[in-house]
Design a binder for this molecule. Structure first.
Ligand SMILES: *Cc1c(COP(=O)(O)O)cnc(C)c1O
Length: 401
């Protein structure tokens, strides 16, 4: 043991404060202060903290049985799968514990589909620059970001990355080994970049022409973040495979890979597995989240809040043209593109009691929980105005220094 090395492997550059308690949109810090949480644990705690219904349901399950393994049928898992199937294009669901695992399953579904039909040579998946699909070896290869791949040995083969938004490049990348196309309807980590509907429709058409599977990564956009249960509902484009995680358990680790029966045709007994995946606790959490999100009118409120929030962010861009370049996003997956380093903005906002999270392309993600109210939005906008003033006061000093 080397004394200087931290007990927690130091793979994160962490903020200086942690949190002891949460309630609704707020978190209480180890510094004794209350913070408005517009990070939501990176788009996870969409229903806020300490949600009474979630506590009730997960506690009830906790008192019955936590885990049995997928050797046995799991009633809570079947119920959650049936509800996701009823709410989407999909016919079938595999549960894992994280987003990356959900994507691993999706990649396997895409490859197995072609192998099942006698074409194991069709295994390559087209992905897009700026994408993020997770930190396992295959999902890193799919994301294709050099800074994350660096030092981890040979890149897992089978992914062809093309520039964002050019259908001609996608068509040119399709070859005899191509199996599918993987895309986030809105790039989250990549900087809140919304993919235009006509581009997604173009991908659907290319998939249909070439016998490819269309695979949407809705790990960040899904479970209400877009203002509908899933972002694809806005687009008029239906995928064959879709992954979900983040807000599915509102913080209880759970991920899911959804697919049509046609796409999942080869995924029979023995082809895939997970010890924990979809265990009674995780799927009780998922069912509790759906109880809230599937209630009539839930999304009416979310859509109203989202359009209010976006308007307010555009106002910020006008008031602080030296700090912000643009406001963008879909639903409550919103971002401010910055003219100063985004990490400085995140820090300045934290000093004002507002938690946000940086993304690629010098963007600050402003991720309100879906249960936020107009007064919380006002509080956030106030904090951003103050944070901008503080940043501006620092700017000349920094230039001089
Ligand atoms: C967060 C995220 C992932 C990875 O999820 P993990 O739970 O961290 O493995 C994959 N894809 C997208 C779009 C994400 O936002």
């Amino acid at each position: 043991m080397t004394a200087a090395f931290p007990a927690v492997m130091p793979t994160y550059a962490r903020a200086e404060i942690g949190f002891e308690r949460g309630e609704g949109p707020y978190l209480w810090g180890t510094d004794g202060r209350r913070y408005l949480d517009f990070t939501c644990g990176i788009a996870v705690t969409a229903l806020g903290h300490a949600h009474p219904h979630l506590i009730k349901e997960v506690t009830a399950q906790m008192n019955k049985v936590w885990h049995t393994s997928n050797v046995f049928p799991i009633a809570q898992q079947e119920k959650l799968a049936e509800r996701l199937v009823a709410a989407t294009f999909a016919d079938t669901v595999f549960f894992g514990n994280s987003g990356a695992e959900a994507n691993e399953c999706g990649i396997k579904v895409v490859r197995k589909f072609h192998a099942h039909h006698g074409h194991p040579e069709r295994y390559r998946i087209i992905t897009f620059e700026g994408a993020f699909h997770g930190r396992t070896l295959a999902t890193l290869a799919a994301g294709g970001q050099k800074k994350y791949l660096e030092g981890f040995g040979p890149v897992v083969p089978g992914f062809d990355q093309v520039a964002f938004g050019d259908l001609k490049l996608v068509e040119a990348a399709i070859g005899p080994e191509t199996a599918g196309i993987l895309i986030e309807p809105v790039q989250g980590e990549g900087g809140v970049r919304v993919v235009p509907n006509d581009f997604l429709q173009g991908l659907r058409d290319l998939c249909d022409q070439h016998g490819l599977l269309l695979f949407f990564d809705e790990i960040q956009t899904g479970m209400g973040r877009s203002g509908k249960l899933f972002a694809y509902e806005w687009t008029g484009v239906t995928p064959d495979v879709m992954t979900v995680a983040k807000a599915l358990g509102n913080g209880f680790p759970v991920g899911a890979c959804l697919a049509t029966a046609k796409a999942a045709v080869g995924m029979v007994a023995g082809t895939h597995g997970s010890t924990y995946g979809g265990n009674p606790l995780a799927t009780a959490a998922g069912n509790a989240v759906l109880d809230v999100m599937l209630a009539p009118d839930f999304f009416d409120g979310v859509e109203k809040l989202a359009s209010h929030m976006k308007q307010q962010l555009h106002g910020l861009v006008q008031r602080h043209p030296d700090i912000f370049e643009d406001a963008r996003g879909l639903g409550l997956l919103l971002g401010l593109k910055c003219k100063v380093p985004n990490t400085d903005v995140v820090k300045a906002l934290r000093k004002e009691g507002l938690l946000t999270v940086a993304a690629g392309d010098n963007v600050v993600r402003v991720l309100a929980p879906l249960i936020a109210e107009a007064k919380h939005v006002s509080e956030a906008i106030d904090a951003i105005d103050k944070g901008c003033a503080a940043l501006r006061a620092e700017l000349p000093a920094r230039k001089a220094g």
